[in-house]
Write a protein that binds this ligand. Structure first.
Ligand code: 5GP
Ligand code: MN
Length: 336
């Protein structure tokens, strides 16, 4: 274990530091990682962000992006950095399985491990933890960690602020989810004061689609949306052929599930997509409905109450049917 005094002392001298995050990184994963990266580099640390897999193009504009190492494309370099690190920051995940084969390398490394995260049920692999499930984003916790825990608010530079703002924006679904408290808005204001150009970040994240991506969304809404009124539930499903037809890349399906949730009566929305090796589910819910409970119990996944994910080794059709067959069990919560 590492107490705060020891961690502060460690960070007082330049160290070899790896920052990593969950596979298929989203805006919060990359935003919190690069935000922390810019903070540590200012202090003279030798820091590297290693992403377990690639991530969508709409995140590739963030400052520091060109310095990110993608594990699957740089196996040897990543393994060496992890083995030789003094400290490893694990951001936006709390179980080593979420970083695929990198998990074993991190476990075996003699580096101190620091977890900064907001997911339920953390595994016990870390030496120091800044963890709070009430946080709307890991980027919010990174801001707390820098400003309140380490007392270094003055080191929140324009680059740090830009990346952390992106994490908060994307994980709070544009300041819409119930965990978007007044404290979150105050942090967002601090980040804007520190140099984050909020309107530009919104534009880069949400208004930078390709034509194909917009047409793919149209196809999903016109031909792949099924409403189950008796359960206040909506499903959007996507076949392998759909992905091919619209040349869908990593991240192109991100956010489509939210359109299903935008119908007033809908409490639970599922996006079910037939990927190369498995069927992947993304669930979103309104209010108290525990989307993560369904993912955890039935789809080898988890997540937050209102945003969760999982997978299935079954066919697309089998997975859709399994999802539908589970709904009666949750009917009470869905129709209240
Ligand atoms: P998404 O639907 O965007 O893929 O994921 C939404 C949230 O669900 C993520 O922030 C993550 O917390 C969680 N999640 C997604 N997939 C998985 C999974 O396979 N396992 C676990 N434990 N959580 C997941
Ligand atoms: Mn997150």
């Amino acid at each position: 274990m590492l107490d705060l005094a020891s961690l502060t002392e460690l960070l007082a001298q330049p160290k070899k530091i790896v920052i990593t995050t969950h596979h298929k990184p989203d805006g919060d994963a990359m935003g919190s990682s690069l935000g922390l990266y810019h903070y540590l580099v200012q202090l003279g640390h030798h820091a590297k962000v290693i992403a377990p897999t690639d991530y969508p193009d709409f995140l590739a504009w963030m400052p520091g992006n060109e310095e990110v190492i993608i594990y699957t494309e740089n196996l040897q370099q990543s393994a060496t950095l992890i083995a030789e690190a003094d400290l490893i920051f694990c951001l936006d995940f709390n179980a080593l399985g979420r970083i695929n084969e990198m998990g074993e390398l991190v476990r075996q490394s003699s580096a101190y491990k620091v977890m900064i995260d907001h997911h339920l049920d953390p595994e016990d692999f870390d030496d120091y933890r800044h963890w709070d499930i009430r946080a709307c984003a890991t980027a919010q916790l990174v801001y707390d960690f820098i400003a309140d825990v380490l007392n270094k608010k003055e080191l929140v530079s324009k680059d740090v602020a830009t990346c952390l703002y992106t994490g908060i924006l994307t994980d709070s679904a544009s300041f819409r989810l119930p965990n978007t408290t007044s404290a979150v808005h105050r942090i967002a204001a601090d980040l804007i004061d520190a140099g984050a150009v909020n309107w530009r970040i919104h534009e880069l994240i949400y208004n930078s689609s390709s034509e194909n991506r917009l047409r793919f969304l149209g196809h999903c809404l016109a031909n792949r949306l099924e409403i189950l009124p008796e359960f206040n539930t909506a499903i959007i499903w996507v076949t392998k052929a759909d992905l091919d037809q619209y040349d869908s890349n990593t991240g192109d399906t991100e956010g489509i599930v939210n359109y299903a949730l935008s119908i007033g009566s809908i409490k639970l929305a599922a996006f079910i997509v037939d990927r190369k090796d498995k069927v992947k589910l993304s669930l979103r819910s309104k209010g108290e409905f525990p989307a993560n409970d369904i993912c955890k119990r039935y789809f080898e996944g988890g997540g937050h109450r209102n945003a969760a994910g999982g997978q299935s080794a079954d066919t697309l059709e089998g997975t859709i049917n399994k999802f539908k067959s589970i709904l009666p069990e949750y009917k009470k919560l869905l129709i209240q």
